[in-house]
Design a protein around this ligand. Structure first.
Ligand code: ADP
Length: 320
């Protein structure tokens, strides 16, 4: 890989997805194993697009952890960031597919290996090579991984990386909504680029409308780019000097899992080699169009990782 390195920090886990929707966990006739964890999806999204990506996080030294590490390698993610914990198991999530299309999660994390990541075991050499450092993880919630998370952010920033944050709100993981808001906002002003979904915008601002004023209420002086993703309505962007929206592509959506991660991966894959894109509206709009195409393609197949596109797939959709 020639390009600058994107380091994505956080958790990698396995989602057990029921083979049918609209039934409770206990009634599910069977489950499919779907590797995921938003930060891992982002690393793979970047690599699938031909970029240089690493994932930093910890899994258990067990069958699932080895499987996940293998998936990163198979997908061209740079080695060296994955740690194995011999004392704790890989995080697992059990999904319920509700009949309204929404997903509910039940997590095995008591504690899982990712939560036990310590700052003294971080691969700082790798982290300092990042041109973009992306995070968006549930590792903010508890110690010791919170301290490790903050340390990794600080090291990457000091080495000149652009910091990219996606809060990836998964409410059942936090003890309360207030705690979730507080922890997400506690690292808000350190990011250069923040991507939130429309739902996260509503949650963080405690408002039920999504407009420019609501989005701008989340602005902070150090921020360079705020993105709000709107599913099949595309995305909105805000910078110090300009704002606007880029519409979505029309596709046959089957499963939206991973669309946001695909969008972020596509954006970072472009921005990593030239941070100034985010200050140049025409170039930024081109990149967001590409990111929207990648997000859209990801909704046309089941699962997150299997549905992440290659460059040719995105260009094909943009051309038509
Ligand atoms: P998240 O997965 O974080 O909730 P979104 O669902 O908003 O994020 O998806 C991220 C991006 O993927 C959107 O901005 C859009 O470009 C694309 N996308 C998502 N859902 C669809 C869809 N149904 N049709 C077309 N594009 C979509």
């Amino acid at each position: 890989h020639e390009g600058g390195l994107v380091v994505s920090f956080g958790e990698m886990l396995i989602d057990f997805v029921p083979t049918v929707s609209g039934v409770s966990l206990a009634e599910a006739p069977g489950f499919l194993k779907a590797p995921g964890g938003a930060p891992a999806n982002v690393a793979i999204a970047v690599a699938r697009l031909g970029g240089n990506a690493a994932f930093v996080g910890k899994v258990g030294d067990d069958e699932f952890g080895r499987m996940l590490a293998g998936i990163l390698t198979e997908n061209g993610v740079t080695d060296g960031g994955v740690l194995f914990d011999t004392g704790a198991r890989t995080a697992l999530a059990f999904v319920t597919l509700r009949s309204d299309g929404e997903r509910e999660f039940m997590f095995y994390r008591n504690p899982s290996a990712d939560m036990l990541l310590r700052e003294d075991e971080l691969n700082l050499e790798l982290i300092r090579k990042a041109k973009v450092f992306h995070y968006g993880s549930i590792s903010l919630i508890v110690e010791p991984c919170r301290t490790a998370h903050l340390k990794a952010m600080k090291e990457a920033k000091a080495a000149g990386a652009l910091l990219s944050y996606d809060p990836n709100l998964r409410l059942p993981l936090w003890p309360s909504a207030e705690k979730a808001r507080e922890q997400i906002m506690s690292i808000w002003d350190q990011a250069d680029v923040i991507k939130v979904s429309d739902n996260e915008l509503e949650f963080l601002t405690e408002s039920d409308k999504i407009d420019d004023a609501t989005a701008m209420s989340l602005w902070h002086p150090n921020l360079k780019l705020l993105l709000v993703t709107l599913g099949d309505h595309g995305c909105r962007y805000y910078t110090k000097n300009f704002k606007g929206s880029v519409e979505a592509f029309k596709v046959e959506t089957i499963d939206t899992t991973g669309a946001g991660d695909s969008f972020v991966g596509a954006l970072l894959n472009k921005v990593v080699d030239d941070h100034s894109i985010i200050e140049d509206e025409p170039r930024l709009r081109e990149v967001l169009k590409f990111a929207n195409a990648c997000g859209a393609i990801t909704t046309t197949k089941k699962g997150a990782i299997p549905a992440l596109p290659q460059v040719a797939d995105a260009l094909e959709l943009i051309k038509n």
